[in-house]
Design a protein around this ligand. Sequence first.
Ligand SMILES: Nc1ncnc2c1ncn2[C@@H]1O[C@H](COP(=O)(O)OP(=O)(O)OP(=O)(O)O)[C@@H](O)[C@H]1O
Ligand SMILES: [Mg+2]
Length: 240
Amino acid sequence: MTTLLNATGIRAGYLPGVDILRGVDLHVDEGELVGIIGPNGAGKSTLIKALFGLVAIREGSVTLREDDITNKAAHDLVKAGVGYVPQRANVFPSLTVEENLEMGLFTDPHRWDERVPAVHELFPLLANRADQKAGSLSGGERQMVAMGRALMTAPSLILLDEPSAGLSPANQELVFDTVRKIADSGVSILMVEQNARRCLEIADRGYVLDQGSNAYTDTGDALLHDENVIGLYLGTLGRE
Ligand SMILES: Nc1ncnc2c1ncn2[C@@H]1O[C@H](COP(=O)(O)OP(=O)(O)OP(=O)(O)O)[C@@H](O)[C@H]1O
Ligand SMILES: [Mg+2]
């Protein structure tokens, strides 16, 4: 397998002298769906933001294929083929669904005709609701808009921060199915999730992040059956 994204020894934080990430190592291979789970406050969102150039990396390095992308600006990463869907506020509520998709192409507007059919095929809802304001959609539908927008640039890697958060169980299932479908279409995905069990079930590999460091890593399946991971991170629900 070819490594697409490789992060080594990442240290990052918000306040001077206080590292939230304390030496994180992680990689994503071409075509892989990789999940990150861990307790609240572990630094999962901070890690995704650091990879996307939104939180400064203090130590360590990130490469995308052969290129060093450590601390590259987000708009340059979009051009390099990286998409990002944040945990909160990931659509423009006052814009229509179609306008939200257009925002995804702001770096490259002439690609609309080429890209929109592929995105509509993955998310037929976005074609049916093209003129509806994103703010009037349900949480699950908004998540589709956010993922569709990130796919408009035909990224090779998408960073997803808690795509199922706040959704009904049925909508969560829809999101997990869609994420797997996107990965099966050849787009690599690095996904943070609070629904740890479902995340590991669909992921090829997973990482458990705890207090800003790697705690465990293995295939999704192996982590699901690891007694320590179950006891510490999956809770009693893990023992099905
Ligand atoms: N903008 C910020 N300024 C200062 N500290 C922050 C900021 N954002 C996050 N933190 C702190 O960084 C730590 C990690 O937060 P982060 O959001 O990365 O955790 P998380 O693993 O994504 O948690 P959750 O599961 O709740 O989303 C927390 O202690 C948090 O308070
Ligand atoms: Mg978070």
